[in-house]
Ligand binder design. Structure first.
Ligand code: HEM
Ligand code: HEM
Length: 468
């Protein structure tokens, strides 16, 4: 079979931009961590915590997360289908539109134009840009899969397809709104329906953005990095279908103890607990693929990123179902425990697998070796320790906060005022900020390493010689 030619420049450009947005997300994350301990840093309306927090979450999930997934999908789909992209031109248009959308979103968010729906803050004109962007992206990937020259569809392609279709449905439904001006719209849903639709969207953003794409990446790059195939293709497919089926029912676990009907909450709770099985299907598949290869944890820096990544995914998918149980939720909901959970996923699971994938492909796209493996190892340790400091400090803070909120005097009055509980959290917020700084230093080293690798690039189009 003749060797296909793969489009590599567009993948590199997407990687470069996603790294830039990742840096913005992390810088703003560190900044808002310091604003929590020093409110004087809220120096102007557009520079307040309230405006910067959505900038942080959107830059993290969409700029860094989706930007990297776009790059990696464009990379993986060509190799898994043994064919070039259906339309390289469309991929270029996608890159311009992606950056234009992220910039418009960032500017409007800091100016205070937003819907107040978490992870869907952008107002309707930005929503329209996102819809066009997603259609362009999906059409190109789906058409490339249709014209593939490899009969079998590897599990990564299934996760990619699920995320493309899933995000489209979730986004369109939750976008339904009535615009009253260029910068203001009102949701088409009201009251508990609005909350229910919002968290059906919100939790499935976790499924379709922070779970399915990193799994696609993990399943592709683990065998690539170790040089041995995945333990069980069948297990990966069974886990895939059960995960996709179960996730869609779990959104209301964000609305436990609210006026949403009890049966809806119970359904969400049940499905959340059941989600342990398909999630751990992938975790076991990853671990069992390492049979006879565990020595690579010491020798191969890529494997370290990937195996720690899937380990955090495993812990996250045990902690998540626990949080979805009513009695546990009553304790930790609204506390700092939750950002601890979130950042084990975003900094541990999602970012670690993205780092591994970029380390794997970037030197290959440049036709050279990585500038420095010791620096990559240093990056690994800094982000690992930084993330652990972040999550562990927030879990302790969350338990302390919850205990103080629930403490009651013999006469039935509350033992602590709300302000007393806030003051007690300061040390933990300092520790979180420190963890954030360590993580940031790790990411700066990563960027330096990639930059130096790019500087060594050989001017060539990389031929398609790898096996998918
Ligand atoms: C079996 C899988 C999972 C379950 C059942 C689950 C469950 C939950 C629950 C119940 C909450 C709400 C906590 C509260 O506010 O009381 C939550 C929050 C959250 N989870 Fe998970 N989780 C899972 C996996 C993940 C993964 C893999 C990620 C990836 C990063 C993630 C990201 C988030 C985020 C971003 C929030 C915060 C939402 C907000 O803004 O309130 N979760 N999760
Ligand atoms: C060193 C890096 C980071 C630091 C210091 C940081 C810091 C923060 C802080 C202070 C908050 C507000 C927590 C609160 O409401 O009390 C937050 C929220 C959040 N961050 Fe980060 N962050 C970092 C990286 C990231 C990245 C890379 C992502 C996404 C890929 C991300 C996603 C989120 C999300 C989804 C929330 C909302 C959590 C919730 O509602 O419970 N963060 N972050």
């Amino acid at each position: 079979m003749e060797n296909p030619t793969y489009d590599t420049t567009i993948v590199r450009s997407f990687v470069n931009w996603s790294i830039l947005w990742g840096l913005v997300a992390i810088l703003v994350g560190v900044l808002i961590s310091f604003q929590m301990v020093n409110p004087d840093l809220n120096i102007a309306p557009w520079f307040t915590y309230g405006r910067l927090r959505p900038l942080h979450t959107n830059a993290g999930i969409y700029g860094w997360g989706i930007g990297s997934f776009m790059a990696l999908y464009l990379y993986m789909v060509q190799r898994l289908c043994r064919t070039g992209l259906w339309s390289p031109t469309l991929a270029k248009v996608q890159l311009y539109l992606f950056n234009a959308t992220i910039i418009t979103a960032a500017v409007t968010l800091v100016l205070g134009f937003q819907t107040s729906k978490e992870y869907h803050e952008m107002e309707w004109p930005v929503d329209l840009m996102i819809v066009v962007l997603w259609v362009i992206f999906s059409v190109n990937i789906i058409m490339t899969i249709i014209k593939r020259r490899e009969e079998q569809m590897y599990v990564s392609l299934w996760y990619m397809l699920a995320s493309l279709v899933g995000v489209a449905i979730l986004f369109l439904v939750n976008s339904a709104a009535v615009p009253v001006s260029l910068f203001k719209s009102y949701s088409a849903f009201a009251g508990t329906n609005d909350a229910n639709v919002q968290w059906w969207f919100g939790h499935n953003a976790v499924a379709m953005v922070l779970t399915a794409p990193p799994l696609a990446i993990f399943y592709y790059f683990l065998p690539k990095s170790t040089g041995v195939p995945i333990y069980s293709h069948r297990l990966s497919i069974v886990a895939f279908w059960s995960l996709i089926f179960m996730y869609l029912w779990t959104g209301a676990h964000h609305l436990l103890w609210t006026p949403v009907p009890d049966w809806v909450q119970t359904l969400a709770m049940g499905f959340s607990v059941m989600l342990i099985a398909p999630s751990w299907g992938s975790v076991f598949n990853g671990y069992l693929s390492m049979n006879g290869q565990w020595h690579q944890m010491k020798e191969n820096y890529l494997v370290k990123f990937l195996i720690l990544g899937i380990t955090f995914y495993g812990l996250q998918t045990l902690q998540g179902p626990l949080q979805a149980i009513r009695s546990f939720s009553a304790f930790i909901h609204y506390t700092d425990w939750v950002p601890g959970h979130v950042h084990m996923g975003t900094l541990g699971w999602v970012s670690l697998v993205i780092f591994a994938a970029i380390y794997y492909l970037y030197p290959r796209l440049c036709g050279t070796e990585l500038h420095s493996i010791p620096l990559a190892n240093l990056h690994f340790w800094l982000v690992l320790v930084g993330q652990l400091i972040y999550s562990v400090s927030m879990w302790i803070a969350g338990v302390l906060q919850a205990s103080m909120w629930h403490a009651i005097n013999p006469d039935g009055s509350l033992s602590f005022t709300f302000m007393e509980t806030v003051v007690r959290l300061y040390p933990y917020w300092w520790i979180r900020a420190l963890g954030g700084v360590l993580y940031l230093v790790g990411v700066l080293i990563f960027i330096y390493n990639i930059y130096k690798t790019a500087a060594k690039a050989q001017p060539q189009s990389v031929p398609a010689t790898e096996n998918a």
